[in-house]
Design a protein around this ligand. Structure first.
Ligand code: C5P
Length: 233
């Protein structure tokens, strides 16, 4: 079991990101998440730079395209030194298999590959009205997508801590549940609807928690990060 806390670096620039990470002492290098905003603003150099500074990196770019394009793009991301990448399971099993091929480096190593099942912003009404997936509860659709990801050889899915147990139940204990939506007890939930504390996320089976504002917007981010690690790991 390799539980860890991943800090979502949802910043608008390289400078702001480096300034934030410089709060941490030299011997403490948190696992960080780079999302679309920062990646598109700062470019691929931000991945190389944070790797060089000693951080592990989850590159949250949620790829979804034809298999050949995803394969070639994953090859680039893997070459940047990412430790974890993701894509949309909706791109199909063929796309996920191609992604794994692209990620695998000449020495046989590769970043972990995680699937987004259904975005948590999609509700049952949108599932039926916009995506035309009818006659099934969204929870079942999520588990089916997770199973397809597992069958394609992926390492896990992004899901709510509240879904981690059912994902493990359907896909196996080794299949990773990477979970955002984490808040300290009594903390502001902001726009997150279904939240869990780090300790509850651990008890429900999360393997990695992705935590943004409770750490980045805390008066003392280093203290907040350490509190998260203490509660979760
Ligand atoms: O600030 P907060 O802790 O809410 O940040 C959570 C991070 O996880 C953000 O980067 C957000 O985009 C991401 N995320 C999420 N819910 C999902 C998928 C990703 O909150 N379903």
């Amino acid at each position: 079991m390799e539980r860890d806390v991943i800090i979502a670096c949802d910043f608008e620039s390289r400078e702001r990101t480096v300034e934030f990470l410089s709060l941490f002492p030299e011997n403490e290098k948190p696992f960080v998440k780079i999302g679309m905003e920062l990646f598109y603003a700062a470019g691929p150099d931000i991945v190389r730079e944070l790797k060089d500074r000693g951080h592990k990196i989850f590159l949250d770019l949620k790829l979804h395209d034809i298999p050949n394009t995803v394969k070639k793009t994953m090859r680039v991301l893997s070459g940047l030194g990412a430790d974890m990448c993701n894509l949309h399971a909706a791109g199909t099993r063929a796309m996920m298999e191609a992604a794994l091929e692209g990620l695998t480096r000449p020495d046989g190593t590769r970043p972990k590959l995680i699937a987004v099942t259904m975005l948590t912003s999609t509700d049952q009404a949108a599932l039926e009205r916009d995506l035309w997936i009818t006659g099934r509860p969204i929870g079942e659709v999520v588990l089916h997508y997770a199973e397809t990801a597992r069958d394609a050889g992926l390492d896990g899915v992004v899901c709510s801590p509240l879904e981690a147990r059912s994902v493990h139940g359907r896909c196996g204990a080794e299949f990773l549940a990477v979970t955002p939506g984490v808040r300290f007890a009594g903390g502001d939930t902001e726009d997150q609807k279904r939240v869990a504390t780090p300790a509850a996320a651990r008890d429900m089976g999360s393997d990695y928690i992705v935590v943004g504002r409770p750490i980045t917007a805390a008066p003392d981010p280093v203290e907040a990060y350490r509190r998260c690690v203490k509660e979760f790991v």
